[in-house]
Design a protein around this ligand. Structure first.
Ligand code: NAP
Length: 288
C-alpha cells in the first residue's frame, strides 16, 4: 500500500491503532480531528481538511455521524460538519461507515467515489467477533446471574446475530434466535439453537433473562416490553434508533436497557483496526 496516501478524519481509538498499523507499513498517512499520544510521529497530523483532500483514500469515523450534522470525532474538540467534509472530498476515494440513505443520496448526487465499509462482508463479518465479545461483556457486567444456563434471545440472524449466538452457546446459555426467513430458522435449528419466528417473539419474550438486539428496526413496541421479565437485561447492538420504540417506557418497566454502540472500537480497538486495514487492502487492490 506504500504508493498510496491515506487520510483519517475523526473516529475512536481503533483509528489511532489503524494509524499505527498504516505507519508501520510505511503508508503516507494523514490525520485530522483525531488526537491521541499514540499517533506515530511519522503520521502527518494536519488541522485542515484541505490537506486531507489530497489523499488517495480517506477514512471517515465509525459511525460516520452520531448527530446527523457532524462527523463522529470523540477524540478531538474539532467539529467537522458533514457538509464541509463533502465539499472538500471531491477527488479521494471515501471509505465511510454506517451511512443512511439520505447521505448516500447526497454522495451520489455529488458524484463522489465512496464505499460503506460496514456493508463489506469482509469487514462486517470479522467485526461481528469483537461485537459479540463486547455484548457478552456488557451482559455479564449488568447482571447478577451467569450467562451459563440463562435464557438468552438473539434478535436477528445476520452477521452479528450468527456470531453472537455461537459465542453464547459456547458459554452454556440456552440460546433462542429470532429470524423472519424460514431458511434462517432452519439454520438456527441445525446449529442447536431454539428458533423463534419473528411473529412468535411476543409469545416467548417473558422467558428471557437477556435480550440481544441486532435488528436495525424498531419492532419492539410497548406491548412487547410489557411481556418481558421485569429485570431483563436488554443489550442494544443495532445502530440508532435501535429496536425499542419507547426506551423510557422500557426503563420505567424495570428493563435494564444497555446501549452498546461501537463495541469493536471500545472493547478491541487493535483487532478492529486490523480488520479495517484488511478491508482497506481489499479496496486498494480492487477487490470490491
Ligand atoms: P445484518 O447482517 O444485515 O443482519 C441484520 C438482521 O436484522 C438480519 O437478520 C435481518 O433479517 C434482520 N432485520 C433487518 N430488518 C428487519 C426488520 N425490519 N424486521 C425484522 N428483522 C429485520 O446486519 P449486522 O451486520 O448483523 O448488523 C446488525 C446491526 O448491528 C446493524 O444496525 C449494525 O449497524 C449494528 N452493528 C453494531 C455494532 C456495535 O458495536 N453495536 C457492531 C456491528 C454492527 P433479514 O436477513 O431477514 O433481512
Amino acid at each position: 500500500m506504500d504508493q498510496f496516501s491515506v487520510g483519517i478524519v475523526g473516529g475512536d481509538l481503533r483509528f489511532v491503532r489503524l494509524c499505527e498499523i498504516l505507519c508501520e507499513h510505511n503508508v503516507n498517512t494523514w490525520v485530522y480531528a483525531l488526537n491521541h499520544p499514540d499517533i506515530p510521529k511519522t503520521a502527518n497530523i494536519t488541522n485542515s481538511l484541505e490537506a486531507i483532500s489530497h489523499c488517495n483514500y480517506v477514512l471517515g469515523p465509525i459511525p460516520f455521524s452520531r448527530d446527523g450534522r457532524n462527523l463522529f470525532t470523540p477524540l478531538s474538540n474539532v467539529n467537522v460538519s458533514i457538509e464541509m467534509f463533502i465539499q472538500y472530498m471531491n477527488s479521494s476515494f471515501l471509505c465511510l461507515s454506517v451511512l443512511n440513505e439520505q447521505l448516500i443520496d447526497t454522495l451520489n448526487k455529488r458524484n463522489l467515489k465512496f464505499i460503506d465499509l460496514m456493508r463489506m462482508d469482509e469487514i462486517a463479518i470479522l467485526n461481528a467477533i469483537p461485537t459479540a465479545e463486547g455484548a457478552i461483556q456488557y451482559a455479564m457486567q449488568n447482571s447478577e446471574i451467569t450467562l451459563n444456563e440463562s435464557n438468552c434471545i438473539v434478535l436477528g440472524f445476520g452477521r452479528c446475530g450468527k456470531i453472537l449466538a455461537n459465542k453464547l452457546k459456547g458459554i452454556g446459555a440456552n440460546v433462542y434466535v429470532e429470524a423472519r426467513s424460514t431458511t434462517d430458522l432452519a439454520f438456527i435449528s441445525t446449529y442447536d439453537y431454539i428458533p423463534v419466528p419473528l411473529f412468535k417473539v411476543k409469545n416467548e419474550l417473558s422467558k428471557f433473562d437477556f435480550i440481544f438486539n441486532t435488528i436495525p428496526a424498531q419492532i419492539l413496541t410497548n406491548e412487547f416490553i410489557d411481556i418481558c421479565k421485569k429485570d431483563a437485561v436488554y443489550i442494544e447492538l443495532a445502530s440508532a434508533p435501535g429496536g425499542i420504540v419507547d426506551i423510557a417506557y422500557a426503563k420505567n418497566k424495570g428493563m435494564q436497557y444497555i446501549p452498546a454502540p461501537g463495541l469493536p472500537g471500545k472493547v478491541a480497538p487493535k483487532t478492529a483496526a486490523q480488520i479495517l486495514y484488511h478491508g482497506l487492502e481489499i479496496i486498494i487492490k480492487g477487490g470490491t
